[in-house]
Design a protein around this ligand. Structure first.
Ligand SMILES: Cc1ncc(COP(=O)(O)O)c(C=O)c1O
Length: 429
């Protein structure tokens, strides 16, 4: 029996948990293990299917975390899994210093489905890396340096992405960071116009701030940014790492406002949760910088044959099953249910907002987010508060979630809110 057979054939849940936690404690990161336990995220994933994930102990949960939007086509989508199995019968990840046929096919597909005149794709593995590509392309194209980003934005923690992230706690220990980044209030067009200088290369914005607390940009704001960028020949970059591939009720969130970017950053759900892959998709104008430097931004593992085939199968599945439409319908069902919960728990639910199946629920104070996550786990739902704002928990299930599953989550929210209210009453006694 090979090592993978030996690992997969273990069935004693207690033994698996003991071993996994010990390995984390001794060899991975004991402090991360403690945080995962505190956040009620110490599930050891066993079976995965549709909107659900099972702990190795057999406990079933609706997955409202989805790694912040990785599993749009569902956990272990069987169609994408089958496609990958077939690919593995005949290929490995491919030699990156060659003409990778599957990479070309995926880039062509992305050019067809992304909004505006986005055309070329430069592939990497993670979201932060693709943000770095976008920053480099914007600087290379404009020959200017300044990147204007949003307060409370999140763009990852790698070299040129970290300074763009709008929260100091991620950055301070690593100073000095790459210079040339400036942060302005989100959704404030006057602040955006006032921030432009002769050095401005780009605006970088999430159409819905994910880790900032599920905060949608106004459509008018994005159209205003587009106008400013056109007038001043500035590059508009959208970070659609969390919002793309149907999540918000459209294939890409940019479609809501109609204001297309010059560079769009994609990651998370691009391969349906099977292979690490991300990319920056950009217009023909932006590509001028690459004429003399075609290999100045390279990556051994960016856009492998396997990842690109997984992505093509994922996109086909999203299109054939109209997952954007489904996200829109299920999102509406959630929002109706959340409006009712807000009316019943005005002391606890301050706001419920979002688009499609990218939903945030805001509580009046920081401690309630983590406590709600704990209660929800007791009630069969896993979720997590947003990184930059623990007062907000996210509801980001796979887009294949069914109506009874939406109702199950709403009932779990109802029971969890009732428990928190009872706890608060006990505390006040
Ligand atoms: C909007 C956004 N951009 C970029 C990133 C960074 O992606 P990665 O963690 O794959 O580097 C994330 C990660 O959650 C994100 O939410």
């Amino acid at each position: 029996m090979g090592i993978v057979d030996r690992i997969l054939s273990q069935t004693d849940p207690e033994a698996i948990r003991r071993e996994a936690e010990e390995n984390y404690r001794e060899y991975v990161n004991p402090f991360a293990l403690r945080m995962l336990k505190n956040a009620s995220l110490d599930v050891i994933e066993g079976r995965r299917e549709g909107a659900s994930v099972w702990d190795v102990s057999g406990e079933k949960y609706i997955d409202c975390v989805t790694g912040a939007g990785i599993f749009n086509v569902g956990r272990r989508n069987p169609v994408v899994a089958e496609a990958l199995k077939k690919a593995l019968d005949v290929m490995d990840m491919g030699g990156w210093l060659s003409v990778v046929r599957e990479r070309g096919l995926l880039a062509r597909k992305l050019a067809e489905i992304t909004p505006g005149t986005l055309k070329y794709s430069l592939f990497c593995c993670g979201g932060g890396e693709a943000i770095e590509v976008a920053v480099k392309l914007a600087r290379g194209h404009t020959d200017r340096t300044e990147i204007i980003c949003m307060e409370n934005g999140y763009h990852g923690v790698t070299g040129f992405a970290l300074p763009a992230t709008g929260r100091d706690v991620y950055k301070t220990p690593f100073a000095p960071l790459a210079p040339g980044y400036k942060h302005i209030p989100f959704n404030d067009l006057e602040a955006a116009a006032a921030a432009i200088t002769q050095d401005t290369a780009a605006f970088l914005v999430e159409p819905i701030q994910g880790e900032g607390g599920i905060r949608p940009a106004d459509d008018e704001y994005l159209r205003g940014l587009r106008r400013l960028c056109d007038e001043r020949e500035i590059v508009l970059i959208y970070d659609e790492v969390q919002t793309a591939f149907g999540r918000t009720g459209k294939m890409f969130c940019a479609e809501h406002s109609g204001a297309a970017p010059d560079i769009m950053v994609l990651a998370k759900s691009l391969s349906g949760g099977f292979q690490p892959i991300s990319c920056a998709v950009f217009t023909e104008e932006i590509s001028d910088f690459l004429v003399t430097h075609p290999f100045i931004i390279i990556n051994s593992f960016g856009g492998t044959s396997l990842a690109c085939l997984a992505a093509l199968a994922t996109i086909e599945y999203i299109e054939e099953n109209d997952l954007p439409g489904r996200a829109e319908r299920m999102g509406r069902r959630f929002m109706d249910g959340l409006a009712a919960l807000r009316a019943r728990y005005p002391d606890l639910v301050v706001d419920a907002r979002g688009r499609g199946l990218m939903i945030g629920i805001e509580f009046p104070e920081d401690s309630i987010g983590p406590r709600m996550a704990y209660q929800l786990r007791q009630n069969g739902v896993i979720t997590i508060y947003t990184f930059n704002n623990p007062r907000i928990i996210r509801i980001m299930p796979p887009l294949v979630i069914t109506e009874p599953e939406v109702d199950f989550v709403l009932e779990a929210l109802d029971r969890s809110l009732a428990e928190i209210r009872a706890q608060e009453a006990r505390l006040r006694k």
